[in-house]
Ligand binder design. Structure first.
Ligand SMILES: Nc1ncnc2c1ncn2[C@@H]1O[C@H](COP(=O)(O)OP(=O)(O)OP(=O)(O)O)[C@@H](O)[C@H]1O
Length: 627
């Protein structure tokens, strides 16, 4: 018998992943907004920009590629003309040996031209192999650098991340761009050559052949559109799936995933989202099939017409029999060239849709790049003044920081406290100029950050954020992050000692050269608190006029915490220090505490004054003690 009170109800099915549909501007498929003709009209500019990029990365490769295309095309034309001449001899009158003898020079030309064509085609592939990796790297680096440089506020814009995802696909597609363009050009040259030969045989043949291949080209373009539309529908889901994949599979989150029994759900979730993406692709498949079947049937009809026309021309004596035989070869070659021409043209159209996304995102990122002014911040800063500063995040009703005025002087230690979501981190982002206020001003020694060069401001700031990064770099770089102050390691060891990590780092297999990434062969892992100490060492190493520590000791043992606060006090005289913390006892050492609630500063003073004041701070202190 089971105890009814302990019997658990059946577990409900987990919900499927939320459907993400963007209503914003970026959610619209560009094909819907711009007409088909307009999209085609944009092609040359997209291709032109890619060509310029290719030219910038490898001029020799581009020249080689173009030269080889030309040679391949001319060789193909020669093969065709010489074949036609050889055919005329072979199918002509007279003894076989004479006919063969007469055809020999033309056959020699065919052999030489075919060999040249093959060699130049191999060289063209080599040129493509040289250009493509560099082109992809250029596009990729351009994207990463653009994203790293935008105003931080842009990340919160509706659909920014999705447009970035679309641009990432554009970068991937750059791999096929050169190959598509190369094949397109090769087909163009071959088509011109073969077209000339076939027109010489009879003027009617070329238009007929064109009719035979155009439907296939149309089909390829229409299929490309359908594929792109599906891609657009899937964009948001793909983006979320990519993020989830990283979070679920990243070893650093492995403990959380396992010990919370999340594996099953995460895999279910991942599969469900993948299947939803697949479903959209599968839904588009019948449309694609209809397009291909209809255009192939039409093309087949026209091809039949071409052969019928050729037979009619031969039967009615309008073309001689040897010429008709040559025409059979010419028709096959021209058909091949024309098919390649339209198919590669459609492939370029297809690729350029994705490249256009990449370009559009790079343009957007350029628009969102800081344009603040040219003022610079001096090496020493005496005062930071906030005047009625307000900031509201995109899509939020209420401001995160609301009309805050504050003056911070050199030598002062300021503690910022307040409940979750009260605006503490946002305030530090405004003080450092990561965000600009919607209203009010932040001035550093009188210089408005809205008019100062961001790099000049950020060379004067050091920040330990709440969610700091554990860089998969060597220990030394984790502290200097590529900005060594001297050639020797003395300042690095100083920073390490200041956070009490000297022994731990000396104990690593290669000291400062140890790679801090257990995922990489030879790398080691630090504990959570050790990582946090390292993040503090990183900020202390910079020795800047403004030091901000947002919950710097949340993972540290009391010894580590004590050490960090001693160090902060020791170096405080030469800089302004801001500490954001929920450990209210840690604010005792601050010269001033500001208490935030709903984006406003509601109290300020020293620890004892605030406790005696009986306000929010006193309440929070009492709650912390009430255990
Ligand atoms: N990047 C963002 N985009 C949109 N809203 C944000 C963003 N960051 C913070 N917010 C919102 O702004 C408000 C203030 O957040 P903030 O992180 O400044 O609070 P906090 O006081 O530092 O909180 P905590 O103590 O939890 O760290 C919150 O309502 C939060 O939801």
């Amino acid at each position: 018998m089971t105890d009814a009170s302990t019997e658990s109800p059946p577990t409900p099915q987990p919900p499927p992943p939320a459907t993400i549909g963007y209503e914003g501007e970026s959610g619209k498929n560009p094909l819907e907004e711009a007409s088909f003709r307009a999209m085609c009209g944009r092609l040359p500019s997209v291709l032109g920009r890619t060509a310029r990029m290719a030219w910038a990365v490898d001029r020799t490769g581009v020249v080689l590629l173009l030269g080889c295309q030309l040679v391949t095309g001319v060789a193909a034309a020669l093969v065709l003309t010489a074949t036609s001449r050889a055919m005329t001899h072979i199918l002509g009158l007279g003894p076989v040996s004479e006919r063969l003898h007469g055809a020999l020079p033309a056959l020699a030309v065919v052999t030489a031209a075919a060999a040249t064509g093959r060699i130049s085609s191999a060289l063209a592939s080599y040129a493509d192999g040289r250009i493509t990796p560099r082109l992809v790297t250029e596009a990729d680096v351009a994207l990463v650098s653009a994203v790293c440089r935008v105003e931080a506020a842009a990340y919160g814009e509706d659909g920014f991340a999705d447009r970035q995802e679309a641009a990432e696909v554009g970068v991937t597609r750059t791999t096929t761009m050169v190959k598509d363009a190369q094949r397109f050009m090769a087909a163009l040259v071959r088509m011109i050559a073969a077209g000339g030969v076939i027109t010489a045989l009879h003027w009617l043949m070329l238009p007929l052949l064109l009719l035979a291949v155009l439907p296939a080209g149309l089909g390829a373009v229409l299929s490309a559109r359908v594929d792109y539309e599906t891609h657009y529908l899937n964009l948001a889901d793909r983006n979320v799936r990519g993020m989830m994949r990283w979070w679920a599979a990243y070893s650093r989150h492995g403990d959380e995933v396992r010990a919370n029994g999340m594996t099953g759900y995460l895999v279910y979730w991942y599969r469900a989202l993948s299947e939803r993406i697949d479903r959209r692709i599968l839904d588009a498949a019948p449309r694609m099939l209809r397009i291909v079947l209809a255009t192939s049937a039409l093309g087949g009809l026209f091809l039949l017409g071409t052969w019928a026309a050729l037979a009619w021309l031969a039967m009615t004596g309008r073309v001689a029999l040897p010429v008709a035989a040559t025409a059979v070869v010419a028709v096959q070659t021209t058909l091949g060239a024309l098919t390649q021409f339209v198919q590669n043209g459609a492939a370029m159209f297809h690729t350029s849709l994705y490249l256009a996304d990449m370009r559009a995102f790079l343009d957007l990122a350029a628009e969102r790049a800081p344009r603040r002014g040219e003022s610079t911040i001096a090496e020493e800063v005496e005062e930071i003044r906030l005047e009625e500063v307000t900031h509201r995040y995109h899509g939020k009703e209420e401001p995160a920081v609301d009309g805050v005025s504050l003056t911070l002087r050199r030598g002062e230690i300021l503690a910022i406290v307040g409940e979750n979501g009260s605006g503490k981190s946002t305030l530090t982002r405004l003080i450092t100029g990561i965000l600009l206020p919607d209203k009010g001003r932040v001035r550093w020694d009188g210089i408005d950050l809205a008019g100062a060069r961001p790099e000049s401001v950020w060379s004067r700031t050091a920040l330990v954020p709440q969610n700091f990064a554990c860089w998969p770099l060597r220990t030394r770089e984790n502290i200097t992050l590529g900005q060594p102050r001297t050639h020797d390691d003395e300042p690095v060891w100083e920073a390490v000692a200041a956070v009490g990590m000297r022994e731990a780092i000396e104990g690593l297999p290669h000291g400062l050269d140890t790679l801090l990434a257990r995922e990489i062969y030879g790398g080691v892992e630090l504990s959570g608190g050790q990582w946090q100490r390292l993040a503090c060492a990183r900020a202390l190493y910079r020795r800047t006029p403004l030091l901000i520590l947002d919950e710097p000791t949340s993972q540290m043992d009391p010894r580590g915490e004590h050490r960090i606060f001693l160090e902060i006090k020791r170096i405080a005289a030469r800089r302004m220090t801001i500490v954001v913390t929920h450990q209210l006892e840690n604010t005792r050492f601050a010269d001033r505490i500001i208490v935030m609630r709903q984006g406003r500063v509601v109290e300020q003073g020293r620890y004892d004054e605030l406790v005696a004041g009986g306000g929010l701070f006193a309440e929070l202190v009492a709650l912390a003690k009430d255990r």
